[in-house]
Design a protein around this ligand. Structure first.
Ligand SMILES: Nc1nc2c(ncn2[C@@H]2O[C@H](COP(=O)(O)OP(=O)(O)OP(=O)(O)O)[C@@H](O)[C@H]2O)c(=O)[nH]1
Ligand SMILES: [Mg+2]
Ligand SMILES: [Zn+2]
Length: 299
């Protein structure tokens, strides 16, 4: 008999699956059948069919995925919490813009969390203002600020089988924040290096947790780079729609085939001049345009 479950974590070729078809969720350790055994075939978040036989559990099949991300490697996400520190480590606006773009492209709602406002309150508020202007929901946190608003947001948006992840650079405080929201998790956290002001990759693997509201939430290892040359996150023609703050400005472009990278009478450029779009958003867009254009020319 096959039972339906969800892959909660992968450990050395084995997978922890939460069986969902039963009255109370049960966790079992499974191996993947045949070709599914290869590391990149199964993703945390996958819904799958499991066969239990003679004391052994085998994942027979992956059910169709709604979404699948390579960074962080997770499937079926509904929400992506993009975590950045106000300082230590310094935020990378380009990485934030790439992550929001990837989420938007996949139909995943991106939400920004700015941590470490205690280290640089001004930087935290400036970052929050920038991304609120771009239309995203932003939470600003520090040890001395209440996490109640974020807790409420998570309780309502990550419930009843909806799936979310915390993602962002190493050392920004993803695990610290998850522990604060869900004290029973007791995730390991680590100090950032004094010398290079960077995290030390304390969290090593992606793992999903069940929330009290029946949602699924993942802690993920930090990453510093989203390599659009190496990975096909999306193509050049998809790019404009991944910057939703540009959309209302595009009707003002003089040319129907405007690339929004420097044409005269470009709606995006006008919006930057008039303060509706942050210059950094336009810079990130242009950087992505250049990479995707070169990539398109190469193939
Ligand atoms: N001052 C300050 N320190 C914080 C805050 N949030 C987290 N930290 C510290 O930052 C360090 C890194 O926190 P982690 O939670 O391990 O960071 P992470 O994002 O999970 O890092 P990886 O697992 O490596 O991806 C720890 O020493 C935390 O105590 C904050 O709001 N303010
Ligand atoms: Mg961590
Ligand atoms: Zn334009």
């Amino acid at each position: 008999m096959l039972s339906e479950g969800r892959v909660m974590r992968g450990v050395g070729g084995l997978y922890e699956v939460m069986l969902t078809g039963e009255e109370s969720p049960r966790r079992i350790t499974c191996r993947g059948r045949g070709a599914l055994r290869r590391d990149d075939k199964l993703l945390v978040g996958d819904l799958c069919l499991v066969r239990e036989e003679g004391g052994e559990a085998v994942i027979e099949r992956i059910l169709p995925r709604r979404t699948a991300l390579v960074r962080p490697p997770l499937s079926n996400l509904d929400e992506l919490f993009i975590v950045t520190a106000a300082s230590h480590p310094a935020p990378s606006l380009e990485t934030l813009d790439k992550l929001t773009a990837i989420a938007v492209h996949n139909g995943i709602t991106p939400t920004l969390i700015v941590t470490k406002a205690d280290i640089d309150d001004g930087a935290a508020e400036a970052l929050a203002a920038l991304y609120r202007t771009a239309g995203f929901t932003v939470f600003v946190l520090s040890p001395d600020r209440s996490a109640e608003d974020l807790g409420r947001y998570v309780a309502t948006h990550v419930a009843n089988g909806r799936c979310a992840a915390f993602a962002g650079a190493s050392g920004v405080g993803k695990s610290t924040l998850l522990n604060r929201l869900f004290p029973s998790l007791s995730l390991v956290t680590g100090a950032i290096s004094q010398k290079i002001a960077r995290g030390r990759h304390t969290t090593r693997s992606v793992e999903l947790f069940l929330t009290p509201e029946g949602g699924l939430l993942a802690d993920t290892p930090g990453f510093s780079m989203l390599d659009f040359v190496r990975f096909d996150f999306f193509s050049l023609s998809d790019l404009p729609a991944t910057f939703p703050d540009f959309t209302p400005e595009l009707s003002a472009c003089r040319y129907a085939d405007c690339t929004h990278t420097g044409e005269v009478e470009c709606g995006v450029a006008v919006a930057v001049r008039e303060g509706r779009i942050a210059p950094s958003r336009h810079e990130s867009y242009r950087a992505l345009y250049k990479i995707l254009k070169e990539k398109e020319n190469r193939y």
